[in-house]
Structures are given as C-alpha cells and as structure tokens.
Design a protein around this ligand. Structure first.
Ligand code: SAH
Length: 325
C-alpha cells in the first residue's frame, strides 16, 4: 500500500467516501511533488520533451503576436505547470532573439519541478497560483496543465465518490458519467481576468474534445502505459480529457476573446513546423531520422496531431495569435 493510500483509507474510514476531486488533487499533488515523471525513463513524454520544435513554434507565435500588439515593453512570459522548463527554454530562445526582454513568471507547486525549471530558465520567478502572477500583460502558455486539474464525475445526477472495498479502493456507483471541472474553469477564469485587466494572450494545449460530451475519461498512466485509476494512489499520473467547450465558455464569461479550437498538428503546421524541421535536418544531416519521427509524432493525426488541441484566449485589445484560421 502506498503512503498516500494509507492516508486516504484513514480519511474514508473517518469521514466517509471522498469525491474524485479530492482524490485527484491528493494524488497529483503527491505525485508531482515527489518526482520528475517525464521522458523515456519516467512515466510519460510531453510535446516539448519530444522535440525543441514544439517550444520554438510557441515562441514564434508569441513573438509574432507581441510584435503586432506594438511590442508593449511591460509584457512578461508566463507558464502554468512548466514541467522541466523545456518548453519555456525553447520558446524564450525564439522570443528573446528579437527585441523582447520581458521577465519570466512560472506557476508551479512542485518543489522538485521548480528545481528542474531553475536549471532550464535563468532568472524566473515562481508563483503558487495564477492569482499571484504580476499585473502585467501576459504571454502565457499551458501545455498539459489543465488535464491534471481535478474533475468531478456525475452519475445519474449524483457525484461519484471513492470508497474502500475488500482491501482496495472502489467507486461508489457506476453508470453513464458526465464530467465537470470547476478547478479547470476557475484556472481559465483567473487567466482570462488577468488578460482582460492587463492585456495579453494565453495558449492552452491539451488532449480533449472541442464539444462537451458524456463519458468517463479519467485515466492513469505509469511507465508509458495505462493502469487502473484507483491503483497505487500518488504513484501514477492521473488526468482526464479537457472539455474545451467549457474552457471557452469560462474565458468568454470573464470577458476574454477566444479563438476556435484547432488540432495541434494543424496549428503547428500553420506556424511553419515543417520548414523548421527541414532547416534542422539541413544543419544536422545525422539527425534527419530523429527530426522526422519527432515531427510525425507531433503533427500526425494518428499520433498527437488531432487528439491534442490548441486554443488561445486573449484580451480584446490584443491581436488574434497566428495559427487559428
Ligand atoms: N507543461 C509541462 C508539464 C506538464 S505535467 C510539459 O509539457 O512537459 C503538469 C505540470 O503541472 C507539472 O509541472 C505539475 O507539477 C504542474 N501542476 C499540476 N497541478 C498544478 C497546480 N494545481 N498548480 C500548479 N502547477 C501544477
């Protein structure tokens, strides 16, 4: 039994069944606080860890929108859940190759990952929450951040809970599931409120669906494979598919402008990732195969290209970022 499972069982014994929200928050808080889970030797690999091209396209998108906004000097780069800091490093290399020289603000709760980020990005400032970000125009990125935030599952109008059963953890009811995520909506609302107040844009990249729907999407991943969601609490990554319709609704309700939701493959292609791949290959012919396979993983519809989606929310005063039309 994991230390977290022992604590959760004691809690259930004392207080009764816990919500999935409580469970996810406890599991992911522990999971990320105690390890660097990324890469071949870890549990899963994210887009920025596949290739530098991903972060470079994000940087190019932000550089372009910053230029079209009139190069506001107070704008800062911000990121939610930056992992190892790889995306920030790649995006900032592109963004700072021009005249941008804004500060870097990272929202991260894991001490282990903050340390990894410190070795990738010079002179960053860390925050516990979105609300703590400075009152400045934000150029904000969040890759695979929303999927890790807790969800609720409703079954026949009642919130599904987790209880103890015959030595393990079990759901208290089964049936058709409808997922909600107040935590995700609160995060998007907080970002949108900042953008409306101070200007800026935010790019959200995640797997999920463009329209709200029914179904259980809660999943656990360990060592690059799916595992039962209630097994080994705190030792595996718990996520669910992002309902982008709910994300856009939260952003609009807070007064922000939104773009259409587009596939990651389409978005990266419009930003010129194929040209970037060709130039990387030309300067390092020995890496041709590696670059080609990373490109396919990122953009091919049967790999990450379609399941992963990108949306931008922005201040009505800022231009629409490239890649969405
Ligand atoms: N963006 C990175 C990492 C994605 S994993 C990448 O693409 O590689 C999720 C990240 O969000 C981790 O850095 C994790 O520590 C962080 N995180 C999860 N829940 C969080 C929360 N509530 N507040 C801040 N950071 C959180």
């Amino acid at each position: 039994m994991t230390p977290l499972e022992r604590a959760l069982r004691e809690r259930i014994a004392a207080e009764g069944p816990i919500t999935i929200e409580t469970f996810m928050e406890a599991c992911n808080g522990y999971y990320y606080a105690t390890r660097d889970p990324f890469g071949a030797a870890g549990d899963f690999t994210t887009a920025p860890e596949i290739s530098q091209m991903f972060g470079e396209m994000v940087g190019a998108c932000l550089a372009d929108v910053w230029a079209r906004a009139g190069e506001p000097s107070g704008a800062v780069y911000a990121e939610l859940g930056p992992g190892r800091g790889t995306l920030a490093a790649d995006a900032l290399r592109v963004l700072c190759s021009g005249t941008f020289s804004g500060r870097v603000h990272l929202v991260e709760t894991s001490p282990v990952l903050r340390q990894a980020q410190a070795s990738s990005v010079a002179d960053a400032q860390w925050h516990e929450s979105i609300e703590e970000l400075p009152d400045a125009s934000l150029m904000l990125v969040a890759n695979e951040f929303l999927d890790a935030l807790p969800i609720q599952q409703m079954v026949h109008g009642t919130e599904r809970r987790i209880t103890t059963l015959a030595g393990g953890l079990a759901f208290d009811r089964d049936g058709e599931v409808i997922e909600l995520s107040p935590a995700r909506e609160a995060a998007v609302t907080a970002v949108a409120a900042k953008l409306v107040k101070n200007g800026g844009v935010a790019l959200f990249v995640d797997y999920g669906h463009a329209r709200s729907g029914k179904g259980d999407t809660l999943q656990a991943v360990r060592r690059h494979g799916f595992v039962p969601v209630l097994a080994d609490p705190g030792e595996q990554d718990l996520t669910s598919h992002v309902d982008f319709e709910a994300v856009l609704r939260a952003a609009r309700n807070a007064g922000a402008a939104v773009t259409p939701v587009v596939g990651q493959g389409e978005w990266l292609a419009r930003l010129g990732i194929t040209t970037r791949a060709a130039s990387l290959t030309q300067s390092n012919p020995g890496c041709a195969e590696e670059v080609q396979s990373a490109l396919e993983r990122l953009i091919s519809p049967d790999q990450m290209g379609q399941l992963f989606k990108v949306v931008a929310i922005h201040s009505p005063d800022w231009p629409v970022p490239a890649g969405f039309a």
